[in-house]
Design a protein around this ligand. Sequence first.
Ligand code: DOR
Ligand code: ZN
Ligand code: ZN
Length: 359
Amino acid sequence: MSSLLRLPGLADVHVHLREPGGAHKETFATGTAAALAGGVTTVLAMPNTTPPVTDGASLEEAARLARAGARCDYGLFLGATHANASLPEALQRRAAGLKIYINETFGPLRVESLPAVIAHMRRWRGPGPVAVHAEGLMVPAVVALAAMTGARVHVCHVSRGAELAVIRSAKERGLPVTCEVTPHHLWLTERDLPQLGPFGHMRPPLATPADRDALWANLDVVDCVATDHAPHTRAEKLGPSPPPGVPGLETMLPLLLTALHEGRLTLERLVELTHTRPRAIFGLPAQPDTWVEVDTAAEWVVPERGWHTRADWSPFAGMRVRGRVVRTWVRGAVAYEEGYVIAPPGSGRDVRADAERPS
Ligand code: DOR
Ligand code: ZN
Ligand code: ZN
């Protein structure tokens, strides 16, 4: 039997592409090259850039850079601040979703005041959800606010068993809450920190082996696997104050295929977690003739270097995986093949392109 398998193009709802202001870490062109090499054909870009994406002008500037650079399809998040809760509905329709950073993260974008978070949740219409960076006790807090305001809340990068238990209970009560987990929280724990050093520093931080096991044991309540691809350079990571974050676009699918091989995941669940659910939650348009060819029998060791991401390192380096992306097709054309990205900068489309048309 052939070990070649065809999967629908992956949608990664959580990536940091660093333009504007951080092109030395990543650009739309380099980050989407990494996406295609990882079988990802849609990326949703986070707003904690420099300056952050928080209004019409900054969204237009990010959209201009994305239009010129992106090699796969993309959406752009708007970021919540203490002052921008009245984002016009036309602008909301242009965005992939609203991102609220409730806990500390990379960059200054953060909303700590309860009235401001409530105002954002009350006024956000979508079509995308309110995506929140919430850790620990802030998870039940945002669940309560979803109940109170009716906002559709998507909890980013859930990393601990207790947080997932809260989300399970919210879903059982019928609340409009969804969530994602990252490959690094599924595969790495705080026990890997001595070896990883600053390359294991991210937010939320690596958790305990019991937390990691709880993510696997409760994968039925997880909606998406998303990378939180957060590229920083090697020099920055080795510097005096290493920024949090790890790249992940090129390793997510190989890791998930490894789990498939090990019987920890079914093919049906893999497709739901990386394609069907993310598309439904964020209302992403169909991508005709877009798929990924993988070799499910290819075994390889994750290398230190040689990646498409400008960060060019991986927290998974040294791990043995089974499953390799051979070819990625976007709209009927080969976009990536055997180590080479073919799709040029500018070939990606904005998932909210329809919202751009004047009505
Ligand atoms: O580790 C992280 N890195 N967590 C975040 O929330 C932000 C991200 C970044 O932008 O580097
Ligand atoms: Zn975050
Ligand atoms: Zn993030």
